[in-house]
Design a protein around this ligand. Structure first.
Ligand SMILES: O=C(CO)COP(=O)(O)O
Length: 253
């Protein structure tokens, strides 16, 4: 049985004080369950403090991106070694906003997946199609290709521990969620791709999240689907009450 993973992606929201008070508020209230991994992916600036605050809790802390090199003359960047050195456990890679606004390519995502594993960070690898691509019937082909490229050269043992987030671009921040059936179909195709690239055992272990306008009102249905093992949540992860409701759904359903 795959352990569910529900991750909030705060994107570029919250002041330091807001990040702190959110975390303090959810700490005592987050459900503790063997079936659920809860994660907050915060702006890099707040990561050390959030790691400290959540140290004794069931909540894990993740970054939203990173550079692929351990160190170097890359002004403004944060390296995987730096993330690991402050106790960060996860990193979102290849988010569509990174691909769109920061020209992150599939090849760069692949280098970052390698770099994350080199530092014992769990990568949350994002894939997903645009509306145009969906309408032209290319979703499965495109997403399968993104997955294949992201995992190029990654061993079976490491791939098993990765997380893939299927986030259709047209569903991000728009209030338009993919239907649970459509989301499950693509997540199933991602699992089939992993089975093809690796084997059935890796496909059985790897966790696949859905992301795109996930809310307390639709998460249960999404999580009831065979191939959906969790959610990567933007807007609805910003308020403690709704983040906690998402975690409750993950722990209970
Ligand atoms: O991009 C997302 C999470 O990474 C989804 O964002 P929303 O939940 O705000 O649609």
């Amino acid at each position: 049985m795959r352990k569910r993973i529900i991750a909030g992606n705060w994107k570029m929201y919250k002041t330091a004080e807001e990040a702190r008070s959110f975390t303090e508020e959810v700490l005592g209230k987050a459900p503790v369950s063997d079936n659920l991994e809860a994660v907050i992916c915060a702006p890099a600036l707040y990561l050390p403090e959030l790691v400290q605050l959540t140290n004794a809790s069931s909540i894990g802390i993740g970054a939203q991106t990173m550079h692929e090199a351990d160190e170097g003359a890359y002004t403004g960047e944060v390296s995987p070694a730096m993330l690991a050195s402050v106790g960060v456990g996860y990193v979102v890679l290849g988010h569509s906003e990174r691909r769109q606004y920061f020209n992150e390519t599939d090849a760069a995502v692949n280098r970052k997946v390698h770099a994350a594993f080199n530092h014992q960070l769990t990568p949350i690898v994002c894939v997903g199609e645009s509306l145009e691509e969906r309408e032209s019937g290319k979703t499965v082909e495109l997403v399968a290709n993104q997955v294949k490229q992201a995992f190029e050269g990654i061993s079976e043992d490491l791939a098993k521990t990765a997380v893939i987030a299927y986030e259709p671009i047209w569903a991000i921040g728009t209030g338009k969620t993919a239907t649970a059936e459509d989301a499950n179909e693509v997540c199933g195709a991602i699992r089939a791709t992993i089975a093809e690239v690796y084997n059935a055992d890796v496909a059985d272990h790897i966790r696949i999240q859905y992301g795109g306008s996930v809310k307390p009102g639709n998460i249960k249905e999404l999580l009831s689907m065979d191939h959906i093992d969790g959610a990567l949540v933007g807007g609805a992860s910003l308020e403690p009450a709704s983040y906690l409701q998402l975690l409750e759904a993950g722990a209970n359903e």
